[in-house]
Write a protein that binds this ligand. Sequence first.
Ligand code: MRU
Length: 362
Amino acid sequence: MKIDGTPYRSIWVDETDGWSVRIIDQTRLPWTVDLVRLTTMEEMAHAIKAMLVRGAPLIGASAAYGVALAMRADASDANLRQAIELLGETRPTAINLRWALARMRAVLQPLERNARADAAYAEARAICDEDVATNAAIGRHGLPLLAARAANGRRVNVLTHCNAGWIATVDWGTALAPIYMAHDAGLDVHVWVEETRPRNQGASLTAWELGKHGVPHTVIADNAGGHMMQRGDVDLVIVGTDRVTRAGDVANKIGTYLKALAARDNGVPFWVALPSSTIDWTIRDGLTDIPIEERPASEVTTMTGRALDGSIATVRIVPTASPAANPAFDVTPARLVSGLITERGLCDANEAALTEMFTDIA
Ligand code: MRU
């Protein structure tokens, strides 16, 4: 997608040196587009953990490049093992991290040491290219859901939570891919963007990228989503996900479950967009089997934004003596999900439908 007319991916190999990795520092958005250069596996691990890069597919692609940086420095068995272990510990919920690392291990382990660095860069690049194609396919499969509600030039109102747009992936996004395609096809699409406390990925990232692409949108407090649905102002909900079980349970950013409940109560379709790399075929019960990341309390007790004098400021919003808890994801049971938008097409959120659609990998 484009930033001020220039096409970008969210991660790429530096064109000048041909080996270091460039990312957009998402902790600085929407205020500054900082292109950070990463030169070591440790720097990449930090970038994932501190959420300079985030979003399940991008976490996977970043980890793959982290392995490539590690192999460039030392392609021994021990370093390959250590890199995969360290990168694998950065974030627990998004399964794409483990998926990408398993793929890198499978390619690199059988190789001689001197072949590993080149192969690692090639595989990381392939993961990125496939992600772009996959998300474009998700967009194409999701587009008819919006088109069906846009008859006679009517405006389609989509509600989304968190950021599952192009900067959460390598390009296009998952939940936002059908929205970009519908907008580009001339449909009148409007997006309700939930702010997504505590880190505000909706307010700071989704609003930013929709704005850069010219998609009409309105930021709302997380608490407003149910009210918008009751008023008939939401045609459908589309969210992304960090892990889907083989039975169709969906882990996504904290607060997603509440929107699924409100959607069910109001008869609003609740769709989840995902690449198949987000399906964890080893588990069924999302509530018991998906690890939920617990993030620092400071994300709840403080907020960061631009002060009126233009400086970036972090302010405390909770009494100093009050503790805070910060579970970063929740699980929406499959029964509340209207359907899944995958790169192979639309699919019911249950084991029979998923295993039939992905019979070769399930
Ligand atoms: O904690 P984050 O910002 O990495 O969480 C991101 C989400 O919850 C996204 O909705 C999910 O990863 C899907 S991204 C295409």
